[in-house]
Design a protein around this ligand. Structure first.
Ligand SMILES: [Zn+2]
Length: 400
């Protein structure tokens, strides 16, 4: 390949996706390949409201939603006034109505949240930065160490007058009654201005310290996933520029956002190679859950994703006394998929390293047998699974 000046192009090979030509537009398969090949081990995620919509979190900005209608009686001057400190002090009832609707405990994490948890379990999650205040990342089990709630969250609350910090559970009973919550500390009792405000960032308030103290984490990231955000709110949207210039970036969103404005621009996604460099930005226009479920399929992680979601939901059920997780998936089928995926992975590895014995495959075949023993249901599926283990090469093609 040569440039118009006759000199070889700066990159005849692709640094980020070595198997692609620099002008090839990479896709989700290529991202899966990076992860499979161990080239993406420090994955950063920047997430917005799009990962929580399937949980049923209402969008307070959209007129016509139940939430907005609930707030209509407070005659908000504009929807965002709900997150304005002056307005809070003036008409606290409106905010506490919203808090009751959005309070942690009313919603369950989505497959997207559990995908991030799975990345963490596999030691691949370098950081998860969220604009959401719903705490679903925490509920899915993402550790505090890896989580930056850029716009705060309902996890803790603070008295606006004395600064006393409360845990979300301390004030939950009152929140659930729809009451305005006030501090009972010394000197605050009976004071109207001693409001206990959940530590979500209101307009005009500073971002959490963690936002600034952890920003450098982006410099050591080797895959950035931007998901479910319009990238319209700063300074959150500027974080995507903090990754190394060779770091692949995956956008998962319903629409394309954050693109460069012109070919010379260095700020923004360049999905089509407008700036003439090998393309490192990947675009997947889809719902977040669908995209991550597809990515898990490509990685052979589907069963694991289903399992941690089921276990997560079951734990939440146990906490609130309902029983819906059990109806989600039949467990044996899930374990079968898991074993088959493990067999496929082992076959992949052993075909790459011809010297590898089939011992690993044999071990996994025992796993299939144990699933069979556990199962009380349909035998036909079990037979298929056993055959898959016995003749993995052929069955793998069929499975794919
Ligand atoms: Zn107080």
């Amino acid at each position: 390949m040569a440039t118009s000046s006759g000199k070889p192009a700066a990159s005849t090979s692709h640094r980020v996706f070595p198997h692609l030509k620099p002008t090839d537009e990479p896709n989700l398969d290529d991202v899966a390949r990076l992860i499979k090949d161990g080239k993406a081990k420090r994955i950063m995620v920047m997430a917005g409201a799009g990962i929580s919509t399937s949980a049923g979190i209402p969008d307070f900005r959209s007129p016509g939603t139940g939430l907005y209608d609930n707030l209509a009686k407070y005659d908000l001057p504009y929807p965002e006034a709900i997150f304005d400190v002056d307005y809070l002090e003036e008409r606290p009832e409106a905010f506490y109505t919203l808090a009751k609707e959005l309070y942690p405990g009313n919603f369950r994490p989505t497959p997207s949240h559990y995908f991030f948890r799975l990345l963490q379990d596999k030691g691949l999650l370098h950081g998860l930065w969220t604009q959401n205040i719903d705490t679903l990342e925490r509920i899915a089990g993402v550790e505090d160490e890896r989580l930056v709630e850029a716009h705060g969250s309902f996890a803790t609350a603070k008295c606006l007058r004395c600064g006393k910090v409360y845990d979300k559970d301390d004030i939950k009973p009152q929140i659930m009654l729809g009451e305005v919550v006030r501090c009972q500390g010394q000197g605050c009792k009976k004071r109207k201005d001693a409001l206990i405000k959940p530590e979500i960032v209101f307009f005009g308030e500073g971002l959490p310290d963690k936002f600034f103290s952890r920003m450098n984490d982006f410099a050591s990231c080797d895959l950035l996933i931007v998901v479910g955000t319009s990238l319209s709110v700063g300074p959150f949207n500027s974080l995507m520029h903090r990754v190394p210039s060779s770091c692949p970036r995956l956008l998962v969103n319903l629409e394309s956002v954050g693109e460069i404005e012109h070919a010379r621009s260095t700020v923004g996604f360049d999905f089509e190679g407008a700036n003439g460099k090998p393309i490192r930005d990947v675009r997947k226009l889809a719902k977040a859950d669908d995209a991550f479920e597809e990515l898990c399929e490509l990685l052979g992680w589907s069963a694991e994703l289903q399992r941690i979601r089921r276990e997560g939901w079951r734990a939440l059920d146990a906490a609130d006394g309902s029983n819906t997780a059990e109806q989600v998936e039949p467990q044996a089928e899930e374990r079968q998929t898991e074993v088959l995926e493990a067999v496929e992975a082992a076959v992949d590895r052993s075909s790459e390293q011809a010297s590898t014995s089939s011992k690993e495959v044999d071990e996994l075949a025992k796993g299939v047998a144990s699933v069979e023993l556990d199962r009380t249901g349909d035998r036909k599926d079990n037979t298929a699974a056993s055959e898959g283990a016995a003749a993995p090469g052929e069955d793998k093609k069929a499975a794919l």
